[in-house]
Design a protein around this ligand. Structure first.
Ligand code: NAD
Length: 300
């Protein structure tokens, strides 16, 4: 039941992540106005108590806080700056929060356009996947005015745990750092398991032993045994991680930071895309190394 003393939240982008996140806001008692390009996505959350919007501008005009959860940078630019976009409808003082994973430089540009309309904007990408979105346990990395962060924190806490990382764009920078580490670690794990397997060792033993030493990490713990069991159901799709590697390399160029390991991971993820494996979980990157080595990682 919505608590009308709470700010009305506009939620735009009701996909794999946005739908469970908006559901958690409803459960926490926030009145919600929602919009997605796909009418069925809107209808599904309206059945759970939200009100439907007719465009991003319409949602923004009816809300005190607007949250977006969209695929990529061009989608966010379109939803905020385009015709019938958020900035057309938002009144000065409306707080805007983009939780999509996009380019840090695009995040800063959109926030500047929002500031010119008198709307403070935070970038607040997330880590934790669809399961974290459903459980309300996302890790939320936030860039922007710290006072606005404090204002929005109770809303974030309905979806997960938020940390203020710095000024506008800093949330997206930290998310890019996260995705660098995960992509490069996935490639490292793939090489280790392919090498060990082709040399005749049971890869299950490799995962077990490495999990107790310095190589211990979330990637090995969450995905190691799934690779050995050849379970590549997503999780986080190769296609989305490839998009994030595009963002990472663009950020590297924008800030003057060479990222050689990310560049290699980008090419390997590109090879997986070219082989038609974009819908596999990102741990499926091992299949590209397997093709090079002519061996398949599986339990002995
Ligand atoms: P998704 O493709 O399932 O959902 C995106 C939704 O946005 C779709 O329903 C689409 O119709 C809608 N949309 C696109 N453009 C729109 C517009 N202009 N106006 C209104 N609606 C629009 O994607 P997702 O998996 O929910 O991911 C969303 C973001 O979260 C991405 O940036 C992704 O990288 C990031 N992310 C995803 C995961 C994950 O595990 N899926 C984890 C962490 C971060």
């Amino acid at each position: 039941m919505a608590d009308e003393t709470r700010p009305t939240i506009g939620f735009i982008g009701l996909g794999i992540m946005g739908r469970p996140m908006s559901r958690n806001l409803l459960r926490a008692g926030y009145p919600l106005v929602v919009y997605d390009l796909i009418p069925e996505a809107v209808e599904a959350i309206v059945r759970e108590g939200a009100r439907p919007g007719t465009s991003s501008a319409d949602v923004a005009s009816r809300s005190q806080v607007v949250i977006t959860m969209l695929p990529d940078s061009p989608d966010v630019e379109k939803a905020y700056l385009g015709p019938q976009g958020v900035l057309e409808g938002a009144r000065p003082g409306t707080v805007l929060v983009d939780m999509s994973t996009i380019s840090p430089t695009v995040a800063v540009r959109v926030a500047q356009a929002a500031a010119e309309k008198g709307c403070p904007m935070l970038d607040a990408p997330v880590s934790g996947g669809d399961v974290g979105a459903q459980r309300g346990t996302l890790s939320i990395m936030v860039g922007g005015d710290p006072q606005v962060f404090v204002q929005v924190e109770p809303i974030f806490s309905a979806m997960g745990k938020a940390v203020h990382c710095g000024e506008s764009g800093a949330g997206q920078v930290v998310k890019a750092c996260n995705q660098v580490l995960v992509a490069v670690t996935l490639v490292g794990m793939a090489e280790a398991l392919v090498l060990g397997t082709k040399a005749g060792v049971d890869p299950e033993k490799i995962v077990q032993v490495l999990s107790g030493g310095l190589a211990r990490c979330g990637v090995l713990e969450n995905r190691g045994m799934r690779v050995v069991g050849r379970d590549f159901a997503p999780g986080f799709r190769i296609r989305l991680h490839y998009k994030d590697l595009n963002i990472i390399r663009e950020a590297g160029r924008a800030y003057g930071v060479p990222l050689p390991a990310s560049a290699l991971a980008h090419e390997l993820f590109g090879a997986a895309m070219a082989a038609g494996r974009g819908e596999l979980d990102h741990s499926g990157i091992v299949t590209v190394i397997e093709d090079l080595a002519g061996v398949e990682v599986k339990k002995k």
